[in-house]
Design a protein around this ligand. Structure first.
Ligand SMILES: NC(=O)c1ccc[n+]([C@@H]2O[C@H](COP(=O)([O-])OP(=O)(O)OC[C@H]3O[C@@H](n4cnc5c(N)ncnc54)[C@H](OP(=O)(O)O)[C@@H]3O)[C@@H](O)[C@H]2O)c1
Length: 244
């Protein structure tokens, strides 16, 4: 394993990205974490202030191939080749298919699926050179158990699972593992339009009677990025408190 591990987390200003970055910084005193940010950067900047020697902002528009090239070149010049990529950034834009606009469809496909392709492709060179790498793609339970109103998001996230499985086979003999995570609902990151009653109802449906804490998802990402996870590749892990 490269020492230190250089980790890029996309969407690191968001709820899960931030929690994941913090988890790595707290659990591995040697690692360097590059926080992929687009416009908003307040929580990522707070992490940089807390870990000034090991956390760095990394401007990155995940749907733009050139932005990936620039970001990875900057990481390499500042520190060395990337060893862990966490494709976390994404969003949903729900609508019934009958009324979904093409930009709603394409935007979600671009950010949640095409961007994962771009990120994985950009990470291949540095990881192949090191003959070591870890790619963790954050998909969603919607990929496996797709609710109405999410045809775009469910298709994108299901695509991520297929990409993960196929790429894992391509990189299996290069020391590079590729896995995906399918979180259910995450505390602190619920859809803004959910009412208190709706939240209570979904919790009641969940056998654990609660949503995941972001740290509980981060802990699994941390394991997948570890040297101990060396035989786990091409997997899609459901983290949903047994909801489905
Ligand atoms: N929340 C949940 O319950 C849940 C459940 C299952 C799966 N997930 C998945 O988990 C991941 C993180 O979700 P979250 O809840 O932490 O979301 P979040 O708080 O909304 O954060 C998402 C992050 O992605 C960034 N982003 C979006 N599009 C981007 C682009 N084109 N280029 C660069 N950055 C972009 C956002 O940047 P800006 O701040 O600049 O907008 C934001 O920092 C997503 O892939 C999501 O689909 C979430």
């Amino acid at each position: 394993m490269p020492d230190p591990r250089r980790i890029l987390i996309t969407g690191a200003n968001g709820t899960l990205g931030h929690a994941t970055a913090r988890y790595f910084l707290e659990k591995d005193a040697a690692c360097q974490v590059f926080l992929g940010v687009r416009e908003r950067r307040e929580t990522a900047a707070a992490l940089v202030a807390a870990f000034p020697d090991r956390a760095f902002l990394c401007p990155l528009e995940i749907t733009d191939a050139e932005s990936w090239t620039t970001a990875l070149a900057q990481i390499e010049a500042a520190s060395g080749p990337l060893s862990v990529l966490i494709n976390n950034a994404g969003y949903h834009d729900d609508a019934l298919l009958a009324t979904m606009t093409l930009p709603q469809w394409s935007g979600v496909l671009d950010a949640n699926l095409n961007a994962v392709f771009l990120g994985c492709q950009a990470a291949m060179q540095p990881m192949m050179r090191q003959r070591w790498g870890r790619i963790i793609n954050i998909a969603s339970l919607s990929a496996l158990h797709s609710p109405a109103g999410q045809t775009n998001y469910a298709a994108a996230k299901a695509g991520v699972l297929g990409l993960t499985q196929s790429l894992a086979k391509e990189t299996a003999r290069m020391g590079i593992t590729v896995n995906a995570i399918c979180p259910g609902h995450i505390e602190g990151a619920l859809p803004a339009n959910w009412s208190e009653d709706q939240i209570k109802a979904v919790k009641r449906e969940t056998p654990m009677r609660r949503f995941a804490r972001p740290e509980e998802i981060a802990a699994v990402v941390f394991f997948l990025a570890s040297p101990e996870a060396s035989y786990m590749t091409g997997a899609s892990l459901k983290l949903d408190g047994a909801l489905v």
